[in-house]
Design a protein around this ligand. Structure first.
Ligand SMILES: Cc1cc2nc3c(=O)[nH]c(=O)nc-3n(C[C@H](O)[C@H](O)[C@H](O)COP(=O)(O)OP(=O)(O)OC[C@H]3O[C@@H](n4cnc5c(N)ncnc54)[C@H](O)[C@@H]3O)c2cc1C
Length: 391
């Protein structure tokens, strides 16, 4: 049993082959490898390196910089299929999807040469920091500010919940420059190498069983060269969303993979576990919610592929709406699938041996980050349905 979209009419031969190869890699490592690494506080570097060697990590990045020259659709396949084997690589959401995309689309030639080859072959990782303690879901309130001093940018601010800063060579920071006339948000993106003086990070203990950790960032007069600014100072929002739409699609893939993994474990368990005359999977109270989970995952998967397709086709506006909807649908489907899977296993749903309970918190991440489900509903209310704002 699997949720694989394994249909030649729906997906090209190349993508189906990619799915199968990534799934084979994921199975070679397996859930046990992943949970052991988490328990021991290690990164899943062996898997990362192997995926890099096979060209999966930079599959979406331009060929001339060492990438695979494919698109977000392919990168989402990589994350979903690894997740479906119990080995989701959260940093794929950030490093190649957001940072790689933004630099590939808006970076200077020099910035592309500096960062893309490493992001493509996995030897460089880049985190992404937008969330701030006092702004939260309202990114218009971010206050991390960049001011010019001659040829230098000086960056000051605070960020929170930024994933993977400790293992990232640099963090792409969303700051703002003051628009002297309007005072409105003019987001600007800066690459801040981890060892830059004034850049400090502090681990936030989280109840999440994942190798990647979250951090609070302190930027105090961080001095950066002029070319730390990625893209045009005046095209901020457009550039930002060029990175945020892939982030939503990848978060959807993250949730889909996790949901598929949990569902597969639950179905296998329901097939063989017997406490009355028939296996528990024969009881409709157990079987129907699993069927529902499967349908929800299929639907969310289709929406995710639509969003990735629109993004790859270059329609940023349509991709934005679809990516939000896909992220919402996949997060809900993933969280419900995990919840039902845990329930299906009874007491075993909470054992370390079966490794499902740790997915309960992990599957909630898709509902909260990078944008909460309420903010997506707000977006659909305003943008799609044309309803008035409450805020
Ligand atoms: C595991 C994890 C990893 C993360 N990684 C990163 C990262 O790498 N980089 C990064 O920048 N950020 C990261 N984040 C941060 C994440 O994007 C934020 O947590 C998220 O945007 C929500 O912001 P907040 O936590 O401040 O919640 P708040 O904005 O305080 O919201 C709290 C609750 O109020 C609701 N709410 C707020 N406003 C409204 C409204 N107008 N209408 C209805 N409901 C509303 C929200 O939906 C939510 O349920 C990560 C978070 C987690 C949990």
């Amino acid at each position: 049993m699997s949720v694989t979209f394994d249909n030649a009419l729906l997906e090209s031969e190349e993508r189906r082959t990619l799915r199968a190869s990534v799934a084979a890699l994921g199975r070679r490592f397996g859930r046990e490898y992943f949970t052991t690494a988490v328990r021991e506080g290690r990164q899943t570097d062996e898997l990362w390196q192997e995926a890099a060697k096979l060209g999966y990590l930079g599959v979406n990045l331009p060929e001339e910089y060492g990438g695979g020259g494919a698109g977000l659709s392919e990168l989402a396949i990589v994350l979903e299929e690894l997740g479906a084997t119990g080995c989701p690589l959260l940093l794929l959401v950030v490093s190649p999807a957001i940072c790689g995309t933004v630099i590939a689309r808006f970076g200077t030639g020099e910035q592309k040469r500096r960062w893309l080859p490493g992001l493509a072959d996995g030897t460089t990782r880049m985190a992404f920091g937008i969330t701030e303690p006092d702004a939260g879901s309202n990114s218009h309130r971010i206050t991390t500010t960049a001011r010019r001093e001659g040829d230098t940018w000086v960056l000051t601010g605070r960020k929170v919940f930024v994933s993977g800063v400790d293992i990232a060579d640099a963090t792409l920071i969303v700051g703002r420059t003051e628009d002297a006339r309007t005072g409105r948000l003019k987001p600007c993106l800066f690459v801040v190498p981890r060892e830059t003086p004034g850049f400090e990070f502090r681990h936030i203990p989280m109840e999440l069983a994942a190798p990647e950790k979250q951090f609070q960032l302190f930027l105090d007069d961080v001095r950066l060269p002029a070319d730390a600014l990625v893209g045009d100072e005046d095209a901020g929002l457009l550039q930002l969303f060029a990175g945020l739409n892939p982030e939503r699609v990848m978060t959807a893939a993250f949730s889909l993979g996790m949901g598929r993994y949990a569902l597969e474990v639950a179905v296998e368990y329901a097939r063989v576990r017997q406490v009355w005359k028939a296996p528990i999977g024969a009881h409709q109270a157990i079987a129907h919610p699993l069927a529902q989970a499967r349908i929800d995952l299929e639907l969310a998967g289709l929406m995710t592929r639509k969003a990735a397709f629109l993004y790859d086709a270059g329609d940023d506006m349509a991709a934005g709406e679809a990516a939000n909807m896909a992220k919402y649908a996949a997060a809900e489907a993933g969280a419900r699938a995990v919840d039902q899977a845990v329930h299906t296993l009874g007491g075993n749903g909470l054992t370390t041996e079966y490794g499902l309970a740790s997915l309960l918190t992990a599957s909630r991440v898709g509902r909260i980050a990078p944008v909460s489900r309420e903010m997506i509903l707000n977006f659909v209310c305003h943008h799609t349905l044309g309803l008035p704002r409450s805020y």
